[in-house]
Write a protein that binds this ligand. Structure first.
Ligand SMILES: Nc1ncnc2c1ncn2[C@@H]1O[C@H](COP(=O)(O)OP(=O)(O)OP(=O)(O)O)[C@@H](O)[C@H]1O
Ligand SMILES: [Mg+2]
Length: 405
């Protein structure tokens, strides 16, 4: 688990070109500082904030108009950011109004590089620690230790052809399940290019790697630290930022760490990558329900057919087939799909044109009132039917990890 914030993404509003140059130079001295943009007007700052969602905003106080209103306006647009104001001859009154309105630090101009860098690090570090404490407290009140005997169901979402919609289905399923007041975890098992964080607009310093490292001590506090909370209530464990991190994680440890989450959740939704490897097979082995995803196109169906015919049948005991983006423009019919796979199709999800992509680009779930998607009801129905089946056939108390290995 990260005990400190790592990369810090900054956006700066500095109208003076010399000041901007000093600032760039100072920030470049620290490898964790990721300067996204330096802008010279308030309007461009607003644009940058909505485009890049920075961790830290450094803003020239003189450019904000009224200090308190300017700070409040910026924080309304970027409530999670750490805002630091700067000024040459700012009066103590205006600095204090800016700080009272929510600014986390003040840097006097002309900039002294060391002073600036230290203020950014301190202000962001303090805010990060505060948020961490708040999260732990929130969990202590919201997420009590589980009642003895609770054993959540693992739902694996898998499609052997990339891009068929697994992440969209997994995130939507998780959000739909959480709306029924259930405790839902969403685990990004696309360890290399996982995009659950993008789909739900979540950021977090921790990942599957951290869960594995702390698998022996999974409790409510650890869960609140590692799994980022989405507004729907879903707790998401994101993929590692570092695409090379996966080399150090062994699949069986991940699978058993996921198994260790069962007492803390009603449902644990796993978004798998398309690779058929140890991690995928291990996850299918412990899954209480596997959602096999295809689109109605031959390449995707062929891959799914090969997997269904090639892996031990026991791994697919709990599998259902879902056809996404059905009917396709020149797609295969449902009857043909069922015939070729030798299984009924449990659900179809309509193609949503640009609606889904727009929602993802805005980082909102497909059920958000701002999302213009038609497929929302399909995910809800799928979630209800999976929940209904799982509740009428509860997972055995003894781990299936060992029994079907
Ligand atoms: N029903 C749908 N209608 C329209 N677009 C969709 C639908 N489902 C998924 N998409 C879009 O298809 C693309 C791929 O979806 P998604 O990332 O969910 O697939 P994936 O199987 O997880 O892919 P990957 O192999 O990259 O992990 C995304 O741009 C997504 O917005
Ligand atoms: Mg995916």
């Amino acid at each position: 688990m990260s005990d400190r914030p790592q990369d810090i993404r900054l956006v700066v509003l500095e109208p003076d070109s010399h000041g901007a140059a000093v600032l760039r130079e100072a920030l470049s001295r620290d490898e964790n500082m990721r300067l996204q943009a330096v802008v010279s007007t308030l309007d461009s700052l607003f644009d940058e904030i909505s485009a890049t969602r920075p961790d830290v905003i450094v803003a020239d106080l003189g450019s904000l108009g009224d200090p308190a209103e300017g700070v409040r306006d910026l924080l309304m647009r970027s409530p999670d950011a750490c805002l630091i104001v700067t000024g040459a001859d700012a009066s103590p009154g205006s600095v204090s109004r800016a700080v009272t309105a929510g600014a986390r630090g003040f840097v006097l101009k002309p900039f002294q590089g060391d002073d600036l860098l230290q203020t950014v690090k301190d202000a962001y570090g303090n805010l990060w620690k505060l948020r961490r404490l708040q999260r732990v407290e929130q969990v202590a009140t919201n997420h009590a230790e589980p009642a003895a005997g609770t054993r959540g169901a693992v739902i694996a979402v898998y499609g052997p052809k990339g891009g068929v919609g697994c992440t969209t289905i997994a995130t939507s399923l998780a959000v739909a399940l959480a709306s029924g007041k259930k405790r839902v975890a969403l685990i990004d098992l696309d360890l290399q290019f996982g995009d659950v964080g993008v789909a739900l607009d979540l950021h977090g310093a921790n990942s599957v790697e951290d869960l594995v490292a702390h698998a022996a001590g999974i409790d409510a506090t650890l869960i609140s630290e590692l799994l980022v909370r989405h507004s729907s209530g879903v707790r998401a464990l994101l993929a590692p930022d570092n695409v090379l991190a996966i080399e150090d994680i062994d699949a069986e440890s991940i699978v058993s760490a996921i198994d260790g989450l069962r007492p803390h959740f009603d449902y644990i939704v796993c978004d798998l990558w398309s690779t058929l490897d140890e991690l995928t097979l291990g996850t299918l082995r412990i899954a209480d329900r596997t959602v096999l995803v295809s689109t109605p196109e031959l390449p995707a169906l062929r891959n799914l057919g090969r997997v269904m015919g090639g892996i031990p049948a026991a791994l697919l005991d709990h599998a259902i087939v879902v056809v996404n983006r059905h009917p396709g423009k020149a797609g295969v019919s449902l009857a043909e799909i069922q015939k070729s796979l030798g299984r009924p199709v449990a659900a179809t999800i309509p193609s949503d044109g640009v609606g889904v992509t727009q929602a993802i680009n805005q980082g909102i779930s497909l059920f958000d009132s701002r999302a213009r998607v038609r497929s929302g009801r399909s995910y809800k129905r799928l979630a209800q039917s999976i929940a209904h089946d799982l509740e009428s056939q509860p997972a055995p108390i003894v781990g299936r990890l060992a029994s079907t290995a």
